[in-house]
Design a protein around this ligand. Structure first.
Ligand code: E4P
Length: 222
């Protein structure tokens, strides 16, 4: 499976990469804006941080196919290997199809329904990103969306992968993985929750406390 950090913070990305095997980093226009660094400055830094094997995702901002295609080409020229995120609208599907024909990797984003995700995959998107929490917030069922999309892709577009996005709780993250998502992007706080189990810290504290109750010569490792 592929685990991504959903962030444009290069420091966070580098620190986290030392601890867990990240597959790369995902961004969107809101995430880039929050970084307060210009797009063409931050993308190369993120690319350098993920390394040759890692993937960087960046999103187009146009609403019509021609603009999305032009921006996708520009992203791909300036950052070779980048995965271009395209919102899955009618115009977006045209852009995915054409960029795919040019050999540019795409991800269909802003996916709120299994059918929408399937269409992105059929158009040639390498990744499809259902928005788990945003579906929940509007009264839907984000995990059910993932489960149904997974079945649809397995049956009809097995070349595409689900990249679960808009994940806001550890439970949502685990349910996405249990549903068989091949990849997932998580914000830093959820990855920190994955790593830092409070009960483990308590257990370690107790081991140290018990160890300190006897002279160190009895239990020191050397
Ligand atoms: C991926 O990069 C998506 O754009 C992102 O996970 C969406 O998450 P949000 O609901 O926090 O905007």
């Amino acid at each position: 499976m592929e685990l991504y950090l959903d962030s444009a913070n290069v420091v966070e990305l580098k620190q986290l990469s030392l601890i867990i095997p990240l597959a790369g980093v995902t961004t969107n226009p809101s995430i880039i804006a929050a970084s307060k660094i210009a797009l063409w400055d931050v993308l190369p830094r993120l690319q350098e941080a993920v390394g040759k094997e890692g993937r960087l995702f960046a999103q187009v901002m146009g609403c019509n196919a021609a603009t999305m295609i032009a921006q996708g080409k520009k992203l791909s020229e300036r950052i070779p290997g980048i995965v271009v995120k395209i919102p899955v609208t009618a115009e977006g599907l045209v852009a995915i199809k054409q960029l795919n024909a040019l050999g540019i990797l795409t991800l269909g984003t802003a996916v709120y329904s299994p059918a929408q995700g399937l269409l992105a995959a059929l158009a040639g998107a390498k990744y499809v990103a259902p928005y788990v929490n945003r579906v929940d917030v509007q009264g839907g069922d984000g995990i059910k969306t993932i489960q149904e999309l997974k079945k649809l892709l397995d049956l009809h577009a097995p070349q595409s992968k689900i990249l679960a996005a808009s994940v806001k709780t550890l439970r949502q993250a685990l349910d996405c993985l249990l549903a068989g998502c091949e990849s997932i992007t998580l914000p830093l706080d959820i990855i920190q929750q994955l790593i830092g189990i409070p009960s483990a810290a308590t257990a370690i504290y107790e081991f140290k406390h018990d160890s300190n109750q006897v002279p160190s010569r009895l239990n020191v490792i050397n």
